[in-house]
Design a protein around this ligand. Structure first.
Ligand SMILES: Nc1ncnc2c1ncn2[C@@H]1O[C@H](COP(=O)(O)OP(=O)(O)O)[C@@H](O)[C@H]1O
Ligand SMILES: [Mg+2]
Length: 324
């Protein structure tokens, strides 16, 4: 049984009297100790999918219109928010793109980590502070004894993101969802934070869902990858299969944005156009207006997901690669 098993998740956004589909038929599974990457341009539904898993859509404009999210065998969507917090509260944690918006600027980082620990564990404040120190050390903040009393604005972006990771680890989660955790960081720091996540996973044995718009970032640490376009998964495979037999033109386009010296296909340098907004109706395949391989059938019929090989799923009328 997978640790996390999402089936046919459908999310809609209330706009006036309409409910606009924003995530459609998303199915994903994450095993214990596995890292799943979700990749796609901005606006494709990655964050909303993550928020649905975490139960953070309650009371928002987003409705869960269908599907199931099983975590360790229990359907989270069938639990009330209270039940959910009781049952799952300390087993999942999430970190966000911009740590400045999640850290409280008026409290010292050590106090914020300590509070996160005390939310989940019964211990004295002194014990919690010691644990906060351990966590700062674990996420490789230099000089933790001094840094524990810093305010967020006194730290660099990379250090703040490490503090966020420390807070997320406060409860020893089984599943960590990281939503663009390195996007705000420069490339060197980004690599360090990814390397940190990888080593924490090896040490703690947790599963990770890593969300990014950057296929390169995802390929660094993920065992498998789901590519999302406009609310749907358009390609899904193990990282090695995906990179050896990339099939969806959108995935190929995303790959084109990875810096590389041997581009021989020119259009890959950028995917033309942009992701359609929610209220723009696109008949057929939602990617067809931007796709180099599109023809009449793509304009008229939305392709269904099919397996190009075992465990390699593609939603495209004309998958690229060895078979075509
Ligand atoms: N609170 C909201 N109100 C209206 N539209 C929203 C809201 N949140 C997200 N959206 C829309 O839902 C779509 C998916 O958003 P999101 O999941 O944040 O995408 P991603 O994380 O892939 O960039 C986007 O078109 C976005 O504009
Ligand atoms: Mg997002």
């Amino acid at each position: 049984m997978a640790l996390l098993d999402i089936r046919d998740l459908d999310l809609r956004i209330a706009r006036g009297r309409e409910l606009l589909p924003v995530v459609q038929g998303v199915s994903l599974a994450v095993e214990e100790n596995e890292t799943l990457g979700i990749v796609g341009e901005s606006g494709c539904g990655k964050s909303l999918t993550a928020l649905a898993i975490m139960g953070l859509l309650e009371g928002s404009v987003v409705r869960i219109a269908g599907g199931s999210v099983h975590f360790r065998g229990r359907d989270l969507l069938a639990l009330s928010p209270d039940e959910r917090r009781r049952v799952m509260g300390d087993q999942m944690a999430m970190i966000f793109q911009e740590p400045m918006t999640s850290l409280n600027p008026v409290y010292r980082v050590g106090d914020q980590i300590r509070e996160a620990i005390l939310q989940h564990r019964r211990m004295s404040r002194k014990q919690a502070r010691d644990r906060a120190l351990d966590l700062l050390e674990l996420v490789r903040i230099p000089d933790p004894l001094r840094r524990i009393d810093s305010f967020p604005h006194q730290m660099s972006g990379g250090q703040r993101q490490r503090v966020m990771i420390a807070m997320a680890l406060a409860c020893d989660p089984k599943l960590l969802i990281a939503d663009e955790p390195t996007t705000a960081l420069d490339v060197t720091v980004q690599k360090e934070v990814l390397e940190l996540m990888r080593s924490l996973q090896a040490r703690n044995g947790m599963s990770i869902v890593l969300i990014s718009h950057d296929l390169g970032v995802v390929s660094e640490i993920c065992d498998k990858v789901a590519v999302m376009y406009r609310g749907k998964i358009v390609e899904q495979a193990s990282t090695s299969t995906l990179f050896s037999n990339m099939s969806h033109p959108y995935t190929l386009g995303l790959l084109g944005s990875i810096p590389s010296t041997d581009h021989d296909v020119e259009w890959l340098d950028a995917i033309p156009g942009r992701v359609p907004t929610l209220d723009e109706a696109v008949p057929g395949c939602a990617f067809h207006p931007r796709c180099f391989a599109a023809n009449e059938s793509c304009r008229s019929a939305d392709p269904s997901a099919s397996a190009v090989s075992p465990a390699h799923i593609v939603r495209c009328h004309f998958p690229q690669g060895s078979s075509s």
